[in-house]
Ligand binder design. Structure first.
Ligand code: NAP
Length: 307
C-alpha cells in the first residue's frame, strides 16, 4: 500500500499537518519518533500559545495535539525514521520497524537547542533552566538570572529578559561577543545586564528541585565562583534535525532545510514545516501554522497529480 501522506516528526508542525491531512481523508502516517512531541516536551508552562488563557503545560499541549490528530484518523507510530529515498516516486521512508512508500512526505523533524551538557541542566529544564526566553522570561519577574552564549540569540534574549528580571548576567566563554555590533551595543547599554567574560558554567546548583545558582570557572585563571540566581537561559545555538535529508534535499549553509513558495522543498511533493526550516521565529504557533500550510500544499499536490 502506498500512503498518501507520511509525516516525519511530531511537534506542533507535524501534528498540525496530521490534523489537516486526516481531516482531508488522506490517512496520514505520523512517524512520531521515540522521543515524540518535540521541544515543548521540555517546557513546563506555555503561556503564549493562543487559546489557553490560563496557560498549558508543554507535554499536555502536545498530548492534545496528538489526540486531535488521532480523532480524525491519523496513525501515529513511535518509531524513528532512519532513511528516506526521494530519488524515485513513490518515495520511501524507512523507520526502525518498517519501510513505507509515500506519495507525499511532510518533514517536521524540528531543531534541538544545543545544551552545555551538564547533568543538572537537563534535569532542571523547565525548573529554572530554559532554552526559550520568549516562552519562559515571564516566570522570572523580579529575579536574578543568567544567560549563556555570546551570539545574537543570547544578546536578544538577554535584552528581552530585562523586561522581567532585575538582573541578567551574560556568561560568555571568551572576552568578545559573536553577536552583531548593534545587538552588542543594545546589551552593553542596558543597565540591568552584566557580563561575565572568559567564563564557563561548570555546575547548575539546585535547591528543592529548582535552580538556586551556578558554579562558574574563569577559563583564564581557573578560579571558581558561585552565582546565586534562580534561572539559566541557554542560548548557544540550535541544531536543525536535517541529517537524514543531506544529499537529497537542499539545505541552507547553517543546516536548516531550504523551502520556497511557502513550505515546498527542492523535491516535488516533499514539504518541510516548523523549526526544521525556520531559524527566525521558532515558535510553537508559527510551527503549527507552517504545518497547516504543508498539509494544504500536500493535498493540492495530490489533487494535481490525479487531474
Ligand atoms: P551563534 O551565532 O552560533 O552563537 C552561539 C554562541 O554560543 C557563541 O557565542 C558561542 O561562543 C556560544 N557557544 C556555543 N557553544 C557553546 C558551549 N558549548 N559553551 C558555551 N558557549 C557556547 O548562535 P545564535 O546566537 O543562536 O544565532 C544563530 C544565527 O541566528 C546567527 O546567524 C545569528 O546572527 C542569527 N540570529 C539573528 C538574530 C537577529 O538578527 N535578530 C537573532 C537571533 C539569532 P563563541 O562565540 O565562543 O563561539
Amino acid at each position: 500500500m502506498v500512503r498518501e501522506v507520511v509525516i516525519i516528526g511530531s511537534g506542533p508542525a507535524g501534528y498540525t499537518a496530521a490534523v489537516y491531512t486526516s481531516r482531508a481523508q488522506l490517512d496520514p502516517l505520523v512517524f512520531a519518533g521515540s522521543l515524540s512531541g518535540g521541544q515543548l516536551m521540555l517546557t513546563t508552562d506555555v503561556e503564549n500559545y493562543p487559546g489557553f488563557p490560563e496557560g498549558v503545560m508543554g507535554p499536555d499541549l502536545m498530548e492534545s495535539f496528538r489526540k486531535q490528530a488521532e480523532r480524525f484518523g491519523a496513525e501515529v507510530v513511535y518509531e524513528d525514521v532512519i532513511e528516506v529515498d526521494f530519488s524515485s516516486h513513490p518515495y520511501k521512508v524507512k523507520s526502525t520497524a518498517q519501510e513505507v512508500e509515500a506519495k507525499t512526505v511532510i518533514i517536521s523533524t524540528g531543531a534541538s537547542a544545543k545544551l552545555l551538557g551538564l547533568e543538572a541542566e537537563s534535569r532542571l529544564m523547565g525548573h529554572g533552566v530554559s532554552t526559550c526566553a520568549t516562552c519562559d522570561g515571564f516566570f522570572f519577574r523580579g529575579q536574578e538570572i543568567a544567560i549563556v552564549g555570546g551570539g545574537d540569540s543570547a544578546m536578544e534574549e538577554a535584552t528581552f529578559l530585562t523586561r522581567f528580571a532585575d538582573k541578567v548576567t551574560v556568561i560568555h566563554r571568551r572576552d568578545s561577543l559573536r553577536a552583531s555590533k548593534i545587538m552588542q551595543q543594545k546589551a552593553f547599554d542596558n543597565p540591568k545586564i552584566e557580563f561575565l567574560w572568559d567564563s564557563a558554567i561548570t555546575e547548575v546548583l539546585e535547591k528543592d528541585g529548582k535552580v538556586s545558582g551556578l558554579e562558574v570557572e574563569n577559563l583564564k585563571t581557573h578560579e571558581k565562583s558561585t552565582l546565586e540566581l534562580t534561572g539559566l537561559f541557554v542560548a548557544i545555538g540550535h541544531t536543525p534535525n536535517t541529517q537524514l535529508f543531506e544529499g537529497q534535499l537542499d539545505l541552507h549553509e547553517n543546516g536548516y532545510m531550504k523551502t520556497h513558495d511557502g513550505v515546498k522543498t527542492t523535491v516535488e511533493g516533499v514539504f518541510a514545516c516548523g523549526d526544521v526550516q525556520d531559524f527566525t521565529y521558532r515558535q510553537a504557533v508559527t510551527a503549527a501554522g507552517t504545518g497547516c500550510m504543508a498539509a494544504i500544499d500536500a493535498e493540492r499536490w495530490l489533487e494535481h497529480q490525479q487531474s
